[in-house]
Design a binder for this molecule. Structure first.
Ligand SMILES: [Zn+2]
Length: 323
């Protein structure tokens, strides 16, 4: 087989998070060939992180016994805000000291491979769209419910970035005009209510009023998963909290569907593990509030789990190259 036939057969995905970095090698069909997850160790500085990532990439290439010129590029998913064209991460709340970091330039220098930067939630949206629950649909919203609420939009079969790479920030859609203050400076954003953090906060506030719940026996560090578990055991407060979490999302999804007339809304992130307990109240509220035909949207749980980000990052390379 000639060398030419073998060229550009692979892509690399990097999903940089505040705690871990997921790095994987894929073939052109986005089948994962090799995968490694390493701690971010953000406190050790930008150069340390990027050097570690480039060493991991070299390791994956060696293990698969391929050469650098077999790679089309590296898709690099990072928390933002960022600029995809310039390849600069402006800042990141979970990565201390990250200010105007030219990730594309630095990583290309370290690896000698073209690098394509993408917002991490957008990358996860691409992943779910190409290989997960949203496969084959034309218009899709991906929502990730974790510490915060993030999102990404695929419109007319393309990832929608907006003018400033800031599209898809569903976490900051306002639910309550006079609601509690959000990290973004606004008040009443959905992120403050339906994220894992929001679920815990609302539960703690309810417990303070003296409502009886099995959760009051927990130590102060219970998580949204504990609330979900308590709801499965029919704890009244936990059931109400989970139902409201879904109801709030249903309200926001209704507004978005009226605006965009989507095919599908895909819900990922840790909170989505609540499954039916979350999806049922979302669908109920959504149908109550949404006009025909926009109500005809499919609302489903994401299927790639934590790998959506790294798969989507790799997908970014193919998207940018128009493949
Ligand atoms: Zn906000």
């Amino acid at each position: 087989m000639s060398g030419k036939l073998n060229t550009k057969k692979y892509v690399v995905g990097v999903d940089l998070g505040g705690t871990t970095v997921s790095i994987a090698l894929f073939n052109r069909n986005l089948d994962m060939k090799k995968h490694v997850v390493v701690p971010t160790e953000a406190a050790k500085g930008i150069d340390y992180i990027l050097t570690k990532i480039s060493k991991c990439i070299s390791g994956l290439i060696e293990e698969e016994q391929i050469i650098k010129s077999d790679l089309s590029g590296i898709g690099f998913g990072s928390p933002g805000p960022l600029n995809t064209d310039k390849g600069i991460v402006f800042s990141s709340p979970n990565l201390k000291g990250w200010k105007n970091v030219p990730v594309k330039k630095l990583m290309e220098k370290k690896t000698g491979i073209p690098v394509y930067l993408e917002n991490d939630a957008n990358a996860a949206a691409l992943g779910e769209w190409r290989k997960g629950s949203g496969k084959g649909v034309k218009n899709m919203l991906f929502v990730t419910l974790g510490t915060g609420v993030g999102g990404g939009l695929v419109l007319n079969g393309r990832l929608f970035h907006g003018k400033n790479d800031a599209a898809g920030e569903i976490g900051h859609v306002v639910l309550f005009p006079d609601g509690i203050k959000c990290n973004c400076g606004n008040h009443g954003c959905i992120e403050m209510y339906s994220s894992a953090t929001g679920i815990v906060r609302r539960t703690k506030e309810a417990l303070k009023t003296g409502i009886k719940s099995t959760l009051s026996q927990h130590d102060a560090n219970f998580t949204s998963k504990d609330v979900h578990q308590a709801a499965l055991k029919r704890d009244k407060l936990a059931c109400r909290i989970m139902e409201d979490t879904g109801k709030y999302l249903g309200i926001v999804f209704s507004s978005i569907s009226h605006l965009l007339d989507l095919d599908m809304i895909v819900i990922g992130g840790n909170v989505s593990n609540a499954g039916k307990m979350l999806l049922d109240p979302i669908r109920k509220e959504f149908l109550l509030r949404t006009m025909y035909p926009a109500r005809n949207v499919k609302i489903a749980k994401a299927s790639l789990g934590p790998d959506a980000g790294v798969i989507g990052a790799a997908c970014t390379v193919l998207e940018r190259l128009g493949k």
